[in-house]
Design a protein around this ligand. Structure first.
Ligand code: BG6
Length: 463
């Protein structure tokens, strides 16, 4: 067989999930915001399915990790739930069963030759910290996160060599404070900007704590990059709009994480509009001095932006949308189930952006995937889902990634979303992303055609 795209030696072929989306709430001592929201408003969630059981990873992690090994994965990201590991949020004291569970998961990964990548926050703020302090609006919560992180590093840092502070922190800003898709669905641009700062600070403080403990490993952050493309690259106003969107939604985390500072143009605009965050010099120093070792990029879709055509209504308060409008490009390729554009070329653009503008920092694709509804349509006589569309999707994306690597971008791995069909926030089990399918009624897990495909890719280190 000819391997056209041979990836660098030691490349990660893996997959990612998160604690709240896979474990189930079994034995969890606290509720996060999604647990709480589901208990109060189950109708918000597709078919009223909540996170209670998810894919049962809490009980079946051994079998599940065995299946990951069977499909050739050499690395795996999940998250440690703050609401499972920590008994007392104020002191960071851990819970016995939380320690046992994550200890076993990590050991089981290592036993199976799967590199565990542990993330510390995947949209799962403890609801108690929202009620008491306003969650990420509060600098006290930033301190508590640092304590949680410190506990996790102390307990597992001897075996976990790759840590991430946050998954997609901008989604917290967007979902909780701007566009109402996470609890508590606030619309408040000024608060959103403060939260954006506090999340950056929390990440830097966790990194500071990691370095203080002097552990033998690396720490990074997982960002969902949605590169912006202007409607008309020749139109100055479209270009400006697109640049703003890039700065607000991508670079507001990417720049501090890699370079220790916020994009200047963004700060100027926020200052002029009187919505800039409150920050002390000492906090800016912490951000400056605690940058990441590696970057994880979740890539699903680009953003298309144009100048504002409908005047922005200032009376409803500040929103980033003051400076751009989303543009629905005619003829764009869509994933109709998720409503996201499919644009694999972006993998190349991201690679080159990191190489040229972000010190060619070591990075990996930490999520990429295609959520499809009704996959049971594709089950063959042997009971296997023939998800050729997913294989095609990955191949196309990987080909563009490969081009970026060939030009010297320092990418060391590719993780799909997700190994086993898992629960997803408000969409619950509507769209499936896994290499392995999950029968919700019986919890039976079956390798899909894409699972067999990735196994070959991993074995050959390419395709
Ligand atoms: C990423 C998140 O945004 O995309 C995951 O890190 C999420 O938590 C995944 O599940 C797919 O998006 P969705 O909304 O279809 O589940």
């Amino acid at each position: 067989m000819i391997i056209k795209n041979k990836f660098p030696k030691g490349f990660w072929w893996g997959s990612a999930t998160s604690g709240p989306q896979s474990e189930g709430r079994f034995n969890k001592i606290h509720d996060n915001v999604f647990d709480y929201w589901f208990d109060r408003e189950p109708e918000i969630f597709f078919n009223k399915v909540g996170p209670n059981i998810a894919s049962n990873f809490y009980n079946s992690y051994k079998e599940d990790l065995n299946m990951l090994k069977e499909i050739g994965l050499n690395s795996f990201r999940t998250s440690i739930q703050w609401t499972r590991l920590i008994k007392d949020f104020e002191t960071g004291e851990p819970d016995e069963d939380g320690i046992r569970f994550y200890d076993e998961v990590i050991d089981e990964c290592i036993k199976n030759n799967i590199i565990p990548v542990m993330n510390l926050h995947h949209f799962d703020l403890p609801v108690e910290l929202y009620d008491k302090y306003g969650g990420w609006e509060s600098k006290h919560v930033v301190e508590l996160f640092k304590k949680f992180a410190g506990t996790a590093f102390r307990l597992f840092g001897d075996r976990v060599k790759y840590w991430a502070t946050f998954n997609e922190p901008i989604v917290v800003v967007e979902g909780q404070y701007l566009y109402k898709f996470h609890y508590p669905q606030i619309v408040d641009g000024k608060k959103a900007v403060q939260v954006l700062f506090n999340l950056n600070l929390a990440s830097a403080k966790a990194i500071e704590e990691y370095r203080r403990q002097d552990l033998d490993g690396k720490i990074g952050i997982i960002l969902n990059l949605t590169p912006s493309y202007p409607r008309d690259p020749e139109n100055k106003e479209d270009v400006e709009a697109s640049k703003f969107a890039d700065n607000f939604f991508n670079n507001s985390f990417l720049n501090p994480a890699v370079k220790g500072e916020f994009p200047k143009e963004l700060v100027e605009i926020l200052e002029k509009d009187k919505v800039l965050w409150e920050a002390t010099e000492k906090e800016m120093e912490i951000i400056k001095n605690n940058t990441i070792d590696f970057l994880g990029v979740n890539y699903y879709q680009p953003r298309r932006a144009k100048m504002r055509e409908i005047p922005f209504n200032n009376e409803e308060g500040w929103m980033p949308d003051k400076y751009f409008e989303n543009y629905e490009m005619p003829g764009r390729r869509m994933n109709p189930y998720r409503g996201w554009e499919i644009y694999p070329e972006c993998m190349y653009d991201i690679s080159i952006n990191i190489k040229e503008n972000y010190n060619n920092i070591p990075w990996f694709i930490s999520e990429n995937g295609m959520g499809v509804e009704g996959e049971e349509r594709y089950v063959n006589e042997e009971g296997i889902i023939e998800d050729d569309y997913r294989i095609e999707f990955f191949k196309e994306h990987l080909e563009y990634l490969y081009e970026g690597i060939k030009e010297g971008s320092n990418c060391f791995g590719f993780h799909s979303w997700t190994p086993i069909d898992c629960w997803s926030w408000c969409n619950a089990y509507k769209n499936r992303y896994g290499f392995i399918s999950l029968d919700l009624e019986t919890q039976k897990k079956t390798i899909k055609k894409s699972g067999k495909w990735i196994c070959e890719v991993s074995k050959n280190n390419g395709f």
